[in-house]
Design a protein around this ligand. Structure first.
Ligand SMILES: [Cu+2]
Length: 501
C-alpha cells in the first residue's frame, strides 16, 4: 500500500498533465513488477531442505510466502545400476533421481546450481515449475567448476519434474538428470501419515539387462526407445527387500510419483492396493477416486493417496509388465500391523510370482556380499574356485527365477508329461556339454529323464554366455543335484561350435 502511494506521488509530480487526462482508476494501479527484494508479500528467507528418494521434505507449515534458497550441485558419479552393473550417472545432488525440492505457492525461489569441478560436461536445469524461458535452463547453463544463480516465483502449485536441458537433452535425462519439485498450494495438502518419493525412468546401456561391468550409454537404443532398464529410483532393486518403503496398517500414504522418461509413459500400479485419490498429472485438483492404474507421462507426475487396511507386501510396478519383471520397474511397500480378515484373508506374497524379488533382501545383496568377499580372498590367497562357484549359483538362481521356472517350476520339479524335472535329473547331470548345448540351441525330440519319456519343445533361451554359465551352475547344484561349476569359457566354446552347425 505504502509503495503504491509513493509511486503515485512520484508519478503525479512528473506526469501531472498525463494523469489529469487519465481515468481515475489508473492512479491506484500498482507497478507491474516490484523491484527485486522489496516485494511486500515475501517475508523472511530460508534454506530449502532437500531429500534423497524415497524421502520427502516435511510439509510446509508457513502461512506466508518467503524467499527459499535452493543449493543443488551436479555431480557425475559411477554408481550401481544393478548387481554387478555400474553406470556413470549424471546427477542432481549425487542422487538419481535428484533431491526432492518442496516450496510453497508464491515463494520466491533463489536457485544456485553448482557443477562439481570433476564433471566433464556443462549442465543446466529446467524446472517445470518455472514460468520463464527454458524453465530456468537459459539462465543456469553451468560449466564444470562453476555455479549459476537465478530466481523465480513459484506461481503455480503442483508436482513438477525438473531435469537437465543441455544438448543432447535426451542423453542428459537418460543419464539420470531429473527430480521432482513440489509447489504446495497456499493452504497446503491434506495431512497424511507417510509421504514417499518414487520416480520412474529408463536407462539405455550397451549391454543387455544384467550384463556385468561398467555399462556405457547406448545412443542407438535410446533413439529406438529400447531401454535395457526401466527402474524406480535410479537402480534395480532400490525399493526392494531392505530398501522397501515401510508403513503401518491404518496409515494414509501419499506417493509423489514422477516419470523422467526420457521416452516411456508409465502405467503406475500397486499390486493389491487401490488409489483412493489421484491428483492426475501432478495438478492440484483432486481428479479421480478409486483408481487401479494411473498414467504418468514422460516429463510428468501424479500424486496418489491410499489408506492401508491390511498388512503385507504391496508391489509397485509399471503395469507394462515386462518392464516390471524383466527390466527392473518393481518396488515394494511393506505394511506391518494386525490382519483384518474381513478385508483380506490369505497368504502374503507369492514367491513364484515375484521370483527372486520375494526373497528377504533379495539375492542381490547376497551376490554383492559374496563378490566383495571374493576380492578379499584373492588378495589373501588363491582359494577362489569354491567362492566363484557360489557366486555363479546365487546369480543363476535369479536367472532361473526369471527365465526357466515358468516351465521347469519353482523347485525344478517339472510338470508330469510336459516339462521334465531338473531336480535330481539323471539326464541333466550325465552330460554337461549336452546341457549347455540344449540351453543355447533349445531342445526337442524324445528324451528320457529319470526313466520317463518326454517329447516336448524347449525354445532356445536368449541369455548371454555368462548368464547360461550361471544358471546351469545353479540347476546342477540345486534341489539334490551336485555338480561342478559351469564356466563361461565352457559355454563360449560350445556356443562357437554350435554356430557352425
Ligand atoms: Cu546435464
Amino acid at each position: 500500500m505504502k509503495r503504491t502511494l509513493l509511486f503515485s506521488a512520484v508519478a503525479f509530480g512528473l506526469f501531472m498533465p498525463v494523469l489529469f487526462a487519465a481515468e481515475p482508476s489508473v492512479l491506484s494501479t500498482p507497478p507491474l513488477s516490484a523491484p527485486k527484494g522489496s516485494d511486500p508479500e515475501i517475508v523472511g528467507e530460508e534454506k530449502a531442505v532437500l531429500t534423497p528418494a524415497p524421502n520427502v521434505p516435511p510439509p510446509i507449515e508457513r502461512k506466508h510466502a518467503t524467499k527459499v534458497v535452493v543449493n543443488l550441485e551436479v555431480r557425475e558419479l559411477v554408481k550401481r545400476m544393478a548387481d554387478g552393473v555400474d553406470y556413470l550417472f549424471w546427477t542432481f545432488g549425487g542422487e538419481v533421481p535428484g533431491l526432492f525440492i518442496r516450496v510453497r505457492e508464491g515463494d520466491l525461489v533463489e536457485f544456485h546450481l553448482g557443477n562439481h569441478p570433476t564433471s566433464k560436461m556443462p549442465h543446466n536445469i529446467d524446472l517445470h515449475a518455472v514460468t520463464g524461458p527454458g524453465g530456468g535452463a537459459t539462465s543456469s547453463f553451468t560449466a564444470p567448476g562453476h555455479s549459476s544463480q537465478f530466481s523465480f516465483r513459484a506461481l503455480n502449485p503442483g508436482l513438477f519434474v525438473y531435469h537437465c536441458a543441455t544438448a543432447p537433452v535426451g542423453m542428459h535425462v537418460g543419464n539420470g538428470m531429473y527430480g521432482l519439485i513440489l509447489v504446495e498450494p497456499k493452504d497446503g495438502l491434506p495431512l497424511v501419515d507417510k509421504e514417499f518419493y518414487v520416480m520412474q525412468s529408463e536407462f539405455y546401456t550397451k549391454g543387455k539387462f544384467g550384463e556385468e561391468g561398467l555399462q556405457p550409454f547406448d545412443m542407438e537404443k535410446a533413439v529406438d526407445e529400447k531401454p535395457s532398464y526401466v527402474v524406480f529410483n535410479g537402480a534395480v532393486g532400490s525399493l526392494v527387500g531392505d530398501n522397501a518403503l515401510k508403513a503401518n496398517v491404518g496409515e494414509r500414504v501419499r506417493l509423489f510419483v514422477g516419470n523422467a522418461g526420457p521416452n516411456l509413459t508409465s502405467s503406475f500400479h500397486i499390486i493389491g492396493e487401490i488409489f483412493d485419490r489421484v491428483y492426475q498429472e501432478g495438478g492440484m485438483k483432486l481428479s479421480q477416486e478409486n483408481v487401479q492404474t494411473t498414467v504418468v507421462p514422460a516429463g510428468g507426475s501424479a500424486i496418489v493417496e491410499f489408506k492401508l487396511n491390511v498388512p503385507g507386501t504391496f508391489v509397485l510396478v509399471d503395469h507394462a509388465l515386462f518392464r516390471a519383471f524383466n527390466k527392473g520397474a518393481l518396488g515394494m511397500l511393506k505394511v506391518e500391523g494386525p490382519e483384518d480378515l474381513l478385508v483380506y484373508s490369505g497368504k502374503e506374497v507369492d514367491a513364484t510370482y515375484l521370483g527372486d524379488y520375494a526373497l528377504p533382501g533379495g539375492t542381490n545383496s547376497r551376490v554383492a556380499t559374496l563378490q566383495s568377499a571374493m576380492k578379499k580372498v584373492i588378495a589373501d590367497e588363491p582359494k577362489i574356485a569354491a567362492m566363484g562357484k557360489e557366486i555363479f549359483i546365487e546369480k543363476g538362481k535369479r536367472i532361473y527365477a526369471q527365465t526357466c521356472f515358468a516351465c521347469h517350476q519353482a523347485e525344478g520339479q517339472g510338470l508330469p508329461g510336459v516339462f521334465p524335472p531338473l531336480a535330481k535329473s539323471d539326464f541333466l547331470m550325465a552330460d554337461k556339454a549336452r546341457a549347455i548345448h540344449g540351453v543355447i540351441k533349445g531342445q526337442s525330440g524324445e528324451m528320457v529323464v529319470n526313466g520317463v519319456k518326454y517329447n516336448g519343445v524347449m525354445p532356445p533361451v536368449l541369455l548371454t554366455d555368462e548368464q547360461i554359465a550361471h544358471v546351469l551352475t545353479f540347476v546342477r547344484n540345486a534341489w539334490g543335484n551336485t555338480g561342478d561349476i559351469v564356466t563361461v569359457e565352457e559355454v563360449q566354446k560350445i556356443h562357437a561350435e554350435s554356430v557352425n552347425q
